[in-house]
Design a protein around this ligand. Sequence first.
Ligand SMILES: [Zn+2]
Length: 418
Amino acid sequence: MRLRCEVEVLSQLLPSCGLQGRGRAARALVSLGRPPGGGGGGVYLMVCTARDRTGARYKVQQNVERLFTRFVEQGKATVRLREPAVDLRLSKANASDLKTFLSALRLAHQGTDAGVLPLSPLVPAKNSEVEKPKTKMIITSRRDYPLTKSFPYSLEHLQTSYCKLARVDTRVLCLKKLRKLDLSHNHIKQLPATLGDLVCLQELDLHDNHLESFSGALCCSSLQKSLQFLDLSQNRLRALPLEFCELRGLVNVKLDDNELVRLPCRVGQLSRLRFLSAARNKLPFLPSDFRRLSLENLDLFGNPFEQPNPLVPNIQLKIPLTLLECAARATINHRIPYGCHLLPSHLCEDLGVAKTCQCGSACLSSFIQITVTMNLHHVAHTVVLVDNMGGTDAPILCYFCSLHCYSQFLDRHLQSNG
Ligand SMILES: [Zn+2]
């Protein structure tokens, strides 16, 4: 019978030791068995820890003073021995294993025939049995990167930076407990879709790699719920997929130093987003949905923002409206439920990126588009200046469903500008 738990050995004679001993609980493998060769014939309890892998042995027969089992359901119990007079405080055990162990211990104490007891050989514990499972590993040079050995399965935080990795190691994709994965400063060009199988992943750092895309499949994986921090800065991204905005858990996104020519049009769906930086990209303007963000910190420095001119509209109106446009507008304006089981998927996609006119109604492919100036303080508490001139304004797209809506806007605009 072997039990994995934590053990603290306290002396009964010096109660003060108990206090001093607090927090000294060590991961242990506790075995109940007979020494090799049967020396003495009795049953022993052996406690192996990382510091003492060969283990301390305690006689059991007629030697258990008392068992404290009040918290056995929580995996805790204390074994009080007579000789030596110590308390073995067991904790962090599996409750049902602990119960089985204690009843075997009780029987052994009563001198039950060893033949019926679930005894184990009293052998030293292996390192892996008593060492704390490794949860963090940081590798910052190619020299230290494990080539043949596998990564500990228990890892929750893994950093492999400056390792010249060209792809994400498949061994890393098996680490299902990972919460934090830092692959910064490598040469990764593409991300495997299976990265989305890391169901606990909260932080993903891909800063300074060679990424040319961030796949839509990743955005539709379990990362949707788990991912909170994403650093894609210093890559070669020109665009992000529409599905990017399905990563609803995102709180902090870094996109600096890429070649982004636009931000995803549904960016306003990222309702938990608080920190966004997309400095030194190629953004000419912001998507209209950007207005819905509510950020603490925003950095859009060094983008080639164009000068908004509401008087120069991009007119895409189709008059009369096509049947498709009419039907699509009606579907959205009347909130008629739709889905891929009812409509061809390309129509669903089109409906998903419908634009919203200033009047509140929807438009798809028939619209007037202009850019207007928005002060970034409308969406963020702290704004990094967008240029060296000290500006915090940026152009944002604005749509109109009809000439009527546009002319109403123009009237207001001209009035307010004198
Ligand atoms: Zn309108």
